[in-house]
Design a protein around this ligand. Structure first.
Ligand code: GLV
Length: 311
């Protein structure tokens, strides 16, 4: 019997979610809440945002599995046992969901959805001239498992896409810009900027005042990476002074976004409560089962995270 310590980010770990995972995993596993004493002997930790120091107390631990695609929540725990393999979810279903969200907010912006919704409120039938959007220059920051799917979908929709990464990815067919110089080129040459990066020391506050001011006037910013990659006040200012046309955000420095946050006052910033790609246990469970098998049979599981690179 394999004991799995479960924690979904809430102190008393939502039982519904936990029972669902348990029912999908085979009968040879048993679940316990990470915060309970019984979890001390767990071999597997299936977690989101575990309490600081708790994972280090599990003396039998053989695998830490993030309940999401990101793992930045794990680095916040300064005592995380780095000698234990850590995996993140890489789920084609979630990449697909995320690409649809990007498409939804992007087309809503380009086809003036917000103007027409206001029209409706006022029972007005006014038209704006249709923008010419063919081959709209679009930068996708982060072209891994998620970003590459998004970039390919955008290309199929006639966007002119350039991806940004630290190193060139020869298997990807779209244009790429690399490293710091590439980042600066992308900022100034694209109208649409889509951030899908993992949060690491080098992506923290990457989108700051200088970056926003480098984007051409009228640019649009989309973030489904992490809130901490953005200087939120700089973004707000860039929208206020109409240097940027607006932004669509699914992630924030503080979540839930506090009710007093100035983003709520800015209609040109569309706010989504971290729902662009929600973890789908139904599709993610296969990967967890496979990783447990790998660990049990002495193999290295897939989608291992490198603690030095932080993703
Ligand atoms: C969501 O943000 C995730 O990391 O899966």
């Amino acid at each position: 019997m394999t004991l799995i310590a479960f924690h979904d980010g809430v102190n008393n770990s939502s039982l519904v979610e936990w029972r669902y995972w348990a029912s999908k995993l085979n009968k040879k596993v048993s679940f316990v809440s990470l915060i309970e004493k019984q979890a001390d002997k767990a071999e597997i930790a299936l977690v989101w945002n575990p309490p600081e120091g708790r994972l280090a107390e599990l003396t039998n631990l053989k695998l830490i599995c993030s309940l999401g695609q990101g793992v930045d929540h794990l680095w916040k725990d300064r005592h995380i046992p780095l000698s234990i393999p850590i995996i993140r979810l890489v789920d084609a279903n979630m990449s697909h969901a995320l690409s649809q969200w990007v498409m939804a907010v992007l087309l809503d912006f380009l086809r003036d959805g917000s103007f027409y919704r206001q029209n409706r409120e006022k029972r007005e039938f006014n038209k704006l001239p249709q923008r010419s959007t063919y081959a709209t220059k679009t930068a996708v920051y982060g072209i891994g498992a998620i970003g590459s799917v998004v970039a390919n979908k955008l290309r199929n929709f006639d966007f002119e896409v350039t991806g940004w990464a630290q190193t060139r990815k020869p298997h990807l067919l779209f244009k790429q810009e690399i490293g710091t110089e590439g980042f600066q080129n992308l900022l100034s040459n694209n109208l649409i900027h889509i951030c899908l990066l993992p949060l690491t020391l080098s992506t923290k506050k990457l989108f700051n005042q200088e970056a926003f001011m480098k984007m051409p006037k009228g640019a649009y910013f989309i973030n489904a990476g992490r809130g901490e990659q953005v200087d939120e006040i700089a973004l707000l200012n860039a929208v206020h002074i109409e240097h940027l046309s607006g932004a669509a955000l699914d992630v924030f420095c503080e979540e839930p976004l506090p009710v007093s946050h100035p983003f709520w006052e800015e209609k040109k910033i569309s706010i989504w409560p971290h729902v662009a790609a929600q973890t789908n246990p139904e599709t993610a469970v296969e990967q967890v089962i496979e990783a447990i098998h790998a660990i049990k049979s002495g193999r290295v599981p897939e989608n291992i995270v490198d603690p030095v690179r932080q993703y």
